[in-house]
Design a protein. Structure first.
Length: 547
């Protein structure tokens, strides 16, 4: 395959002496992902070094800078070394602790790094990310194992939630590089198979059809725009200098113009924008060269006139101080230039129905949306916090990305769904919209995930004293909850009892409740992974209104 040196030139490496400085972490259960600190270039990891059970572990790309503890490793200390050629380092111990639940890997994302076209074929490096993937996992393409190597990894902090209280506890994500050549524009099938033989579901990926249409990071912005800028009218002049705005063809970018209405009592403060940007920057998305996560770019320089209420397709009425969103959008947003790139939003006072916001997504089409409204300025003082503001923005644009209130459905209070898209999460720290200590006890959540704070607990429904002002979408880890038999003493996690059937006690070991309001108390409520399922095409489809 041609030009493999492109990859090598983009990664900083050292060819100095092989050395082993530390292991991070230095203890944990089998399958733990471990970062190797030292000189690991072109070296491999030796497990149980010097013992009869010594084995070479699969190397990552360009060396043993990460490894996963072998499945079935006995409890206790195991000596680890690095080896390159005839040179072996001294050893450091890794202590294997009790095993934890560990399911099959989940293939979350496919992107590419570099592509070249010739005679109808494309030659590329596939960049594949899996939750709970082993460093030595196989990559299967169209059913066959292909050459590959682990590249980077992110460890996941469960924030004190016991893994046994999760359906799919995610301990880490690993990315893999796999060279591939095939017909341009063709569809390939991919799987990740761990060393124990457990395999992910198959994911289809469409190879780029031409150099002009390459979208390496899958954010619906072609690479040529992210590298050269966007010429909206094809007249040869760049209308939006995307590189100057931080666009990167190897990291997903989201662009939002939000105009803050004049005259608000509680306009968003600087910490709100930082909290939003940090939410997306912390996304569990591994990028090959750039920073991990998503680059959220918010143009908040504009304003709109003050109105008591706005909404989509609302009749303009000066006497009632009501305005149509699209009247304001036409006056304030350059759709001809920005419409293909930017989501457009207004941070307003209120909507006529009193809700905190709305998106123009159409779930019937599955295409995503491009417009949204944030509208809770007239809500009680308890909602006027950085956390509530961040939650509301991220919730409404989350609809633009095709995400629902209940995960796989639109039910609004799924306890196992750890997402700001859930009404169990949005504005939870307020006394608005039915939220109070009693409702928080009834509407259980994984509190550490909601508060983004290790061990955070709502004692008798009270808000913890210390918590993060950020928010999150779901990683899809939550336990399944069978409406027909809900164990109240077990609760959702950590044995925190929940009055599932709302009969005033927390003692029923098999209570029932129709939690999602459909078909009686017979459904199983499940979590849903938002992050790997974001739909980026909203600006392309120009919204539909119906969310």
């Amino acid at each position: 395959m041609k030009k493999w040196l492109v990859v090598f030139s983009a990664i900083l490496i050292s060819s100095g002496c092989v050395r082993l400085n530390s292991l991070n972490p230095n203890s944990g259960p089998e399958r733990t992902l471990v970062d190797v600190n030292g000189g690991s270039f072109l070296a491999h990891v030796v497990w149980d070094a010097g013992a009869a059970t010594e084995q070479d572990l699969p190397a990552a790309f360009l060396g043993g800078h990460i490894f996963t503890v072998p499945d079935g490793s006995p409890l206790g200390a195991h000596q680890v070394a690095l080896e390159r050629g005839s040179t072996r380092t001294g050893t450091l111990p890794f202590t294997v602790t009790a095993a934890q639940p560990f399911g099959a890997p989940r293939l979350d994302r496919v992107s590419i790094y570099y592509a070249e076209f010739d005679s109808g074929n494309v030659t590329t490096w596939l960049y594949i990310q899996a939750a709970n993937g082993d460093v030595g996992a196989d990559i299967l393409i169209n059913g066959a194992v292909e050459p590959s190597a682990a590249h980077k990894a992110i460890r996941n902090d469960l924030l004190g939630v016991p893994p046994g209280d999760l359906q799919f506890p995610i301990y880490h994500w690993v990315s893999y590089l796999a060279p591939w050549q095939g017909p341009a524009g063709s569809t390939i099938q991919l799987q990740v198979r761990n060393e124990d033989g457990a395999a992910s579901a198959t994911v289809n990926y469409v190879l780029p059809a031409s150099a002009a249409t390459i979208d390496s990071d899958g954010d619906d912005l072609p690479d040529v725009w992210e590298v050269n800028g966007y010429d909206a009218d094809n007249n040869g002049t760049i209308d939006i200098d995307l590189p100057a705005l931080g666009a990167d063809p190897l990291r997903p970018d989201i662009f939002v113009e939000i105009d803050v209405m004049l005259g608000l009592n509680n306009p968003p403060v600087a910490a709100v924008w930082t909290g939003i940007e940090d939410t997306y920057a912390a996304a569990p998305i591994i990028n090959p060269i750039s920073d991990n996560g998503i680059n959220m770019v918010i143009d908040r320089s504009g304003t709109t006139p003050a109105w008591d209420a706005i909404d989509f397709n609302l009749t303009d009425n000066v006497a009632l101080s009501r305005a149509d969103f699209y009247t304001l959008k036409t006056a304030n947003f350059n759709n001809a230039v920005r419409g293909r790139i930017y989501h457009y939003a207004i941070w307003a006072n209120a909507r006529p129905n009193g809700s905190s916001g709305i998106s123009d997504v159409s779930f019937a089409t599955g295409q995503g949306g491009d417009d949204f409204i944030v509208s809770f300025d007239d809500f009680p003082a308890s909602t006027q916090t950085v956390k509530s503001a961040v939650e509301t923005f991220v919730h409404e644009i989350g609809h633009n990305f095709g995400q629902r209130h209940g995960g796989g459905d639109h039910w609004s209070k799924n306890p196992t769904y750890s997402s700001v898209m859930s009404y169990n999460w949005q504005l939870r720290t307020s006394t608005c919209c039915g939220n109070n200590t009693a409702s928080r006890q009834l509407d259980a959540v994984y509190s550490p995930f909601y508060y983004l704070t290790n061990g955070a607990v709502e004692v008798a429904g009270a808000i913890p004293a210390i918590f993060s002002s950020g928010t999150d979408y779901s990683d899809g880890m939550g336990r399944n909850l069978n409406e027909a038999c809900l164990n109240e003493p077990v609760g959702l996690y950590s044995g925190i009892a929940v009055d599932w059937n709302r009969d005033g006690d927390q003692i029923d070991v098999c209570g029932s409740r129709n939690m999602n309001g459909t078909g009686g108390a017979t459904d199983v409520n499940t979590d849903f992974p938002n992050w790997p399922n974001l739909i980026y095409v909203g600006p392309r489809t120009n919204g539909q209104f119906g969310g």
